[in-house]
Design a binder for this molecule. Structure first.
Ligand code: AMP
Length: 568
């Protein structure tokens, strides 16, 4: 096992131990490097740093900002201004954040340092996992996809962060180093058509079913989506394998050619898959059954991915689910170095040498930040990043909770995006509150063997008083009585005092539950892909605003049942 491994896993772990032991010093050093390199750029010249690189001067001179504050600078870069605006080195590529959390994509700089830190995160995460769950020679069934690349007015290529990574040479070589080569040829990852890419990922995964060591995607949602699709198309996949002929559905020539090279008639394999599928009850344990050598399922499973964990457990049976790392198009932050922890208690240890981090306490009078090693266990903070990709004291908009320390670097649990999701007057409900409410409702439905396929919400202010609307897609039809119970359960699950008080005082109307047709959330996803989002970074918007008219139209146009709560 591991004979061909060209890098030393223990050394990778040791390096991480070293930088995290001296996190405070490494942070000062990281800031010094960033400011020495970029201190003379136009943006920083506004703030009279005059060559100082210490955290104290930096904090007192440079303001905290959001993406909106930096937009004019990014716009100039997008439009072709090549002066040293945010970074000393010329900008050669841009990332577009997924934009599925707040409905709008943001331009960010993608540079060599970002690429290097991605490789560092992949290697470190793998090294820690491999100590607990060693894998053999083989392949990974990776549901990864690229997204559209656009050329900006100024001639720069802009695409999602993950696509920027996947198309790099380093990605391929790092995947090889860490024995994580994708079953599918590269052409599949870069297929312009998502459905064709997914079909081929599944097909290639089946062809190499005995070699697959683990199943992965960037976000858990893609894995669940892949296996839900598998439930629909497995017979066709088997036929392709039986006769060695690729489905006509695959029309992209480069994808056809590349997959056809590895697809040969294999009636024995087709029979085995058919028997295994027929033997499964409601697809429970699909992953270990079809990929008998898989050791775990790997991807981001926290935050907005938590609602998919239940289904993933169903497919994975006893296989461990490992939540990978924590990062954003803005930059990498942390990795899960305790892979044995249950998803519910996963925390990510921050890399002190990747960016300079500050934290704004959530409970506090002002926006006074504390440094990486000054955070306190049990407290919640908003993450602030200063990176070599032109972000200086940038508020990421993520709320995290410190749950412990790995050496002297904090371990962070993702709590939620900062923006409140649901608020009408004095009520305050976050994405996490909505998730918890839907989870309670899921438990109620699971006794009837019905699953919540996906969900979102909406604030309806068209009548007085306004009220919350929850859209649910369910795996099968449900009795009206159960639906009423679900609706009451959802309403009662929002326990924030503002909400409860307003409901009792009729400042907020009864919660409305609307059940949508099967496939509605898939249509929403396709809508986002049409606009350039990628499956690899896709996050279902958990609240649809009035301004997002097209998604609202899809939801409202597919409602099949509904009811109002009688909980108050
Ligand atoms: P993107 O805008 O596509 O770059 O997505 C980045 C965002 O995804 C982060 O700011 C987080 O809100 C979310 N995210 C990334 N990693 C995790 C994680 N491990 N757990 C929860 N949410 C995450």
């Amino acid at each position: 096992m591991g004979k061909t491994r060209v890098f030393n896993l223990d050394k990778v772990v040791e390096e991480f131990e070293e930088v995290t032991k001296n996190a405070a010093q490494v942070q000062r050093e990281t800031l010094r490097k960033i400011l020495e390199q970029n201190g003379e750029v136009e943006y920083l010249r506004n703030f009279d740093l005059n060559g100082r690189t210490d955290p104290e001067s930096f904090k007192s001179c440079v303001p905290l900002v959001t993406h909106a504050d930096l937009e004019p600078y990014f716009q100039r870069i997008v439009d072709g201004d090549t002066s040293k605006i945010l970074t000393e080195k010329p900008v050669t590529a841009l990332s577009l954040s997924s934009g599925t959390t707040n409905g709008r994509s943001k331009f960010l700089i993608f540079n060599d340092e970002m690429l290097q830190s991605s490789m560092q995160i992949y290697r470190t995460s793998f090294a820690f996992i491999n100590r607990e769950y060693p894998i053999g020679e083989g392949k990974a069934l990776q549901f990864i996809y690229s997204s559209k690349q656009i050329k900006t007015k100024g001639g720069l290529i802009a695409t999602t962060g993950t696509t920027n990574i996947y198309k790099s040479k380093q990605f391929k070589s790092t995947m090889k180093e860490i024995q994580s080569q994708c079953c599918s040829p590269e052409e599949v990852i870069f297929s312009p058509d998502f459905d064709q890419a997914l079909y081929c990922h599944l097909l290639c995964g089946l062809i190499y079913s005995n070699d697959v060591q683990y199943i992965a995607s960037a976000f858990a949602h893609s894995i669940v989506h892949a296996f839900r699709t598998f439930e629909q198309i497995w017979e066709e996949l088997c036929e392709n394998i039986r006769y060695g002929v690729l489905s006509d559905k695959i029309t992209d020539q480069s994808v056809r050619l590349s997959v056809s090279k590895i697809l040969h008639p294999n009636p024995e394999l087709a029979d085995t898959i058919e028997q295994k599928c027929a033997g499964l009850s409601n697809w429970y344990g699909l992953i270990p059954e079809l990929w008998p050598n898989a050791k775990y399922v790997y991807g981001i499973m926290t935050g907005s991915m938590e609602p998919y964990v239940r289904k993933l457990r169903h497919y994975a049976k006893n296989l461990p689910l490992l939540s990978a790392y924590y990062g954003a198009s803005e930059g990498w932050i942390a990795a899960n170095v305790n892979p044995r922890r249950e998803i519910e208690s996963v925390a990510y240890a921050v890399f002190p040498n990747i960016s300079y981090f500050e934290f704004i306490p959530v409970i506090g009078e002002n926006e006074e930040t504390v440094g990486l090693t000054e955070v306190e266990i049990g407290k919640e903070y908003e993450v602030v990043i200063t990176s070599s990709a032109g972000l200086y004291r940038y508020k990421l908009g993520d709320i995290v909770k410190v749950t412990g320390f790995h050496n002297s670097t904090p371990e962070l649990q993702f709590v939620c995006r900062k923006n409140l999701l649901l608020t009408i007057n004095i009520d305050k409900n976050t994405e996490k509150d909505l998730q918890a409410a839907v989870e309670k409702c899921s438990q109620l439905l699971s006794s009837e063997k019905i699953e919540v396929v996906d969900f979102t919400s909406y604030i309806d202010l068209s009548s007085e008083p306004g009220h919350y609307v929850i859209f649910l897609e369910l795996s099968s039809d449900v009795e009206q009585e159960t639906l009423n119970d679900c609706c009451d359960c959802l309403d009662a699950a929002f326990v924030d005092v503002g909400y409860v008080g307003s409901r009792k005082a009729h400042g907020i109307g009864p919660l409305e539950l609307r059940v949508v047709k099967r496939g509605t959330f898939e249509r929403i996803m396709e809508h986002y892909f049409g606009k350039g989002a990628t499956v690899s970074q896709f996050k279902m918007p958990r609240c649809v605003r009035e301004s997002n008219g097209e998604v609202l139209e899809i939801l409202c146009g597919n409602v099949v049942r509904g009811c109002f709560s009688t909980a108050y």
